[in-house]
Each structure stands twice: as C-alpha cells, then as structure tokens.
Ligand binder design. Structure first.
Ligand code: AKG
Length: 284
C-alpha cells in the first residue's frame, strides 16, 4: 500500500547523505569480476533487534498477516531432522521488513551494481536454528526467475545473526556468474545435487568456494547467476537472514501467470511495476 518507509526503522540511515552509502569503484569492479561484494554494513544492532522481534512473530503461522506471504515453509528441508525456515513476502506484513526495502545502505549500492533505477522483486527469510539447521543447496537465483526478462537482477543477503562457517554462512563460487543458466536441482535438499548438471571444469571451481562470514547487520550483494549455497547449522548459534531481491527498472514479465502468489497478472512482455513492485531508487 505504501511505496515509502512508514515506520521508524530507518531513522539513522535517512539522516545521512547518499554519498555515505556509495560503493567505491574498487567494490563495484570486484562485484563485476567475482560476482559478489560483501561485508557492507546496512543495519545497526538495534535495527537488527527490531527485525528479529518481527521475525519471531512472523514465524508463528497464526500471525494475522500470514495470508500475505507469497510463499511460506516452516521447514523446507527435505530431511526431517533439519530445519530451514524459508518465506517470501514479509515486507507486506510488518513495518520493519517493509521499510528495510528503502534503506539507502541497500538502495544506493543496488543502483550502482544494477547500473540503473532499482525496482523491488521480492524479499525472503532464510533461517536455520541452532543444532539442526538445514542446508540451502548450491544454486543460481535466476534459475528460479526465468518468468522475468531480461536478466537484470540483484540479491542482497542481510545477516540477522553473526554468520560463520560453523552456523552455515553463505558460500559463493567466485566467477560463476559468467556460467550459463543451470537447471534447478533443488533448494533445500542435497547440497551435492548441482554437481550432476556441471561440467568437470565447473566442478573444479568448487575448490575455490568463498566462505562469506558476516557480522549481524552486514550484507552481501550477489549476481543472479552466481552459484551460492550454505551448509547445515550444527553449532549452538542460530543463523537468521533476510534477503532483498531487486531488478533494474524495465525488467518485464515473461509469463501470463501471476508472478508471485496472489499478485495480479502482468502479461508477458509488459514491464513489471505497480503496487507489488515498488520503485526503490530512481537513479544510479
Ligand atoms: O541464506 C542462505 O543460506 C541462502 C540464501 C540465498 O540463497 C540467497 O540469498 O539467494
């Protein structure tokens, strides 16, 4: 309903000059070269705390806003002894996850990396509890988004806990954003499933996987074709994260079906916009 911040989450960021949030040329070049740029602070500890409290409420399927989720899996893991909470659409339900989209610490770097105005696609929550958190299997994001064209998308992963190798932090295969599109091999099941669709040369690149350890409130941006995933959480620390998926303004629908559950159809070939896809940042 509101294409601007409605609450108080972003006070500290909104009082700063946009230049404070701009990536350096080295950071932008690193992103184009490797397919990601990480370690950027987007939230203060008290803002993380606000989102954690909203998340705790949203994790209850009896939450009054529950029907507004586009997708909701209290456990998407394929093994019952592991848990991966995964949900799309929190921005429609609570003020913090709504306002987060307009955080200049996200929108300004996003405009630089997309090289144009930033339109919102959807958000995601990925949470692994301590001791028995599930995996997010290696994948490319765009494999899930071919119903939108052209490929001009960006993902921003934001930690709501410190993420470490032990609690299942994000991992990247640097340079894999230049690989062609890979088929979907499952999001929350077998970590190794992707190997069945890779060449021997691509498989070798997994030796160079990068472990993206972040403090809570820090973010990592990645290209929609960068292969990434995260291992199980057997530590005594939860690993919660929120993700913003954005696209350059001008990306079109490539389907005559609803792009997200419950959202009115945007016909194939028509530019994506309107109530469910706000413009977040006008210029790079
Ligand atoms: O949170 C994770 O471990 C994976 C997140 C992910 O797949 C993404 O941000 O695209």
């Amino acid at each position: 309903m509101h294409h601007h911040p409605i609450g108080t989450l972003l006070g500290p960021q909104l009082s700063r000059s946009p230049d404070f949030f701009r990536l350096s040329a080295d950071q932008v070049n690193f992103f184009h070269e490797r397919g990601y740029v990480s370690g950027l602070r987007v939230l203060l500890d008290e803002q993380v705390e606000t989102l954690r409290m909203e998340l705790a409420d949203l994790a209850d399927p009896k939450h009054p806003g529950h029907a507004l989720f586009y997708e909701y899996h209290s456990n998407e893991s394929t093994t019952p002894d592991h848990i991966l909470f995964h949900a799309l659409g929190a921005w429609r339900i609570t003020p913090g996850f709504h306002d987060l989209l307009w955080n200049p610490a996200f929108t300004i770097p996003a405009a630089q990396l997309l090289d144009g105005p930033v339109r919102f696609w959807h958000d995601q929550l990925f949470c692994k509890p301590a001791h028995h958190g599930g995996v997010v299997a290696w994948h490319q994001d765009y494999s899930y988004w071919t119903r939108t064209q052209p490929l001009a998308h960006l993902t921003c992963w934001i930690g709501l806990d410190d993420s470490t190798r032990e609690n299942g932090c994000l991992q990247y295969i640097p340079g894999s954003h230049r690989w062609p599109e890979l088929p979907i091999t499952g999001l929350a099941g077998d970590m190794e499933a992707i190997h069945g669709v890779l060449s021997a040369e691509q498989r070798e690149q997994f030796d160079a996987a990068v472990t993206v350890e972040l403090k809570k409130g820090e973010a990592s941006f990645h290209h929609p074709r960068l292969v990434h995933g995260s291992f199980a959480n057997h530590s005594d620390q939860a690993r919660r994260a929120t993700v913003i998926n954005a696209m350059r303004d001008g990306v079109c629908s490539a389907t005559n079906e609803s792009l997200l559950h419950g959202v009115p159809v945007i016909s194939a070939g028509e530019k994506i916009g309107g109530q469910f896809f706000p413009l977040l940042q006008r210029s790079a």
